[in-house]
Design a protein around this ligand. Structure first.
Ligand code: GLN
Length: 487
């Protein structure tokens, strides 16, 4: 008897194809599981059960007709609530968009629908993707299934939790500074941030447009490759998407690391990192050596310590511009209790945005203002170039880099909410990758006292295949990714 709530995409696909299971049965099993565990973890903003069952029925018809070969057909998927879904509320976990129903689908949603996916709902997140714990959701807090008193990471916390807790087979998240990889690490799932430009951002609610990228959260690397196959590619509606053909990402999954050169940048073992995390990652890195990779332990990226400061100038600056559109006129929340236009505008933003979003808008507005622009924004852009050049240099010698995903294991709910700086430090290992626009994956690499630890593998621009290959080899040789929380 198969446990329908622990299937990967490739396992479920096999069962569907061989008619051992129907998509309707599969979807019902997941909807039931959602009912069971949602009261404990709260990963979903919306469960689209009716739509899911309709899609499942259609998928079964497709499979019965025999002409379907798409590995995502009939398989439940969850979408982070900052990706537009036609006719389905897209809240960004904000009061501002609490009742916003988009008239169109994001490109990634369109692509999943085109693959015959069963979309079972929308995932909770930090408001406008600003945060590292999902505590900034204006709707409710999401709990880590490995320890309900702890955060799941963020901002794609709902997506990561739902995959870990068996409420969906896979999920989409978005990553501006770590929001796929950090929650993947905290929940012990596999999470990939593709190269900037690899996946279309059309229909993704913008946070920081030069950093945002959509990617998969899955149970293993094979699934990750399958989802990337479905969502990657050029899109005329996103001027920053790259007009290059995408390979079949499953082709590189060979568990063969001989000849690959992998570096370990020492700056990523930051001060304040938990000893258990550093130890687990060192063990995991040794494993890659055992598997045949050439490991170099003393790589240096000296500008790494500047990344946090650079990010917290550039991301808020772009956010302040992107979020200027929420004025109560065009769409979203609107304060109507006044005849005065200025008051309406002010109150709309006062009530519509939460504290962290306002903090970012103020930081960004300040950094972009006349007189400060050169000192802050322009300077940050220059250091951004230095960081990128440093990666280019190192990638002249190495095929990939490995680091911890986060400096700590999941922390307690409430522990860091009053200390933004501490919260921002959760992403020291992931932010530089967005600044440089590189692809990186987080995979389960161990536990400390029952709490997950993630390992990050970073690749050259558009070398998703290399990092998938390394991650795949690691998962063939370990079983961290197979452990499930007891919930
Ligand atoms: N935690 C980082 C922030 O708060 C990154 C968020 C993200 O990747 N969306 O901005």
């Amino acid at each position: 008897m198969v446990n329908h709530n622990q299937l990967t995409i490739h396992e479920a696909h096999r069962l569907l194809k061989t008619k051992q299971l129907s998509s309707v049965e599969l979807t019902k099993a997941y909807l039931e599981r959602i009912q069971q565990v949602e009261p404990k973890v709260r990963a979903f903003v919306t469960v689209t059960d009716e739509l899911a069952l309709k899609q499942a029925q259609k998928a079964d018809e497709l499979i019965a007709s025999g002409d379907d070969t798409n590995p995502l057909t009939g398989i439940p998927a969850l979408i982070k609530d900052n990706m537009c879904t036609k006719g389905i509320r897209t809240t960004c976990s904000s009061r501002m968009l609490e009742n916003f129903v988009p008239p169109y689908d994001a490109t990634v949603v369109e692509k999943l629908n085109g693959s015959g996916a069963v979309t079972i709902g929308k995932a909770n997140m930090d408001e406008f993707a600003m945060g590292s714990s999902t505590e900034n959701s204006a709707l409710f807090v999401t709990h880590n299934p490995w320890d309900l008193s702890r955060v799941p990471g963020g901002s794609s916390g709902g997506s990561a939790v739902a995959v870990a807790a068996g409420e969906t087979i896979y999920a989409l998240g978005s990553d501006t500074g770590g929001s796929i990889r950090q929650p993947a690490g905290f929940c012990s799932v596999t999470g990939l941030k593709p190269t900037y430009g690899r996946v279309s951002r059309y229909g993704l609610v913008a946070f920081a447009s030069s950093l945002d990228q959509i990617g998969p959260l899955t149970q293993d690397v094979t699934d990750c490759a399958l989802v990337l196959n479905a969502i990657a590619g050029y899109d005329t509606r996103d001027s920053t998407s790259v007009p290059e053909p995408t390979p079949d990402y499953t082709k590189c999954l060979t568990a063969e690391l001989n000849g690959l050169k992998i570096g370990v940048p020492k700056e990523y073992f930051v001060e304040g990192m938990q000893a258990e995390v550093a130890t687990a990652i060192r063990v995991a890195i040794n494993k890659l050596g055992e598997l045949g990779a050439n490991m170099e332990w003393e790589v240096s990226l000296p500008h790494t310590p500047c990344a946090l400061a650079v990010y917290y100038i550039i991301a808020p600056s772009e956010a302040s511009a992107n979020l200027a559109r929420y004025d109560g006129v065009k769409y979203g929340f609107s304060y109507l209790d006044t005849d005065n236009m200025w008051e309406a505008l002010e109150k709309t933003r006062q009530y519509g945005f939460g504290a962290e979003v306002k903090r970012r808008i103020m930081l960004g507005t300040y950094a972009l203002s006349a007189g400060y622009y050169d000192a802050w924004y322009l300077k940050a852009q220059k250091v951004r170039t230095l960081i990128r050049q440093e990666f280019d240099q190192v990638f002249g010698k190495f095929d990939a880099l490995v680091t911890p995903t986060s400096p700590t294991v999941p922390f307690k709910i409430g522990e860091k909410v009053d200390d933004p700086l501490q919260m921002y430090l959760s992403d020291v290992c992931t932010l530089p990758i967005n600044i440089a626009g590189l692809p990186a994956i987080s995979i389960p690499a161990g536990f400390a006292d029952g709490l997950p630890i993630g390992m990050q593998i970073i690749g050259k621009p558009f070398a998703e295949e290399t990092i998938l290959k390394i991650a795949y080899a690691f998962q063939q040789a370990t079983d961290w990714h197979k452990r499930k929380p007891n919930i």
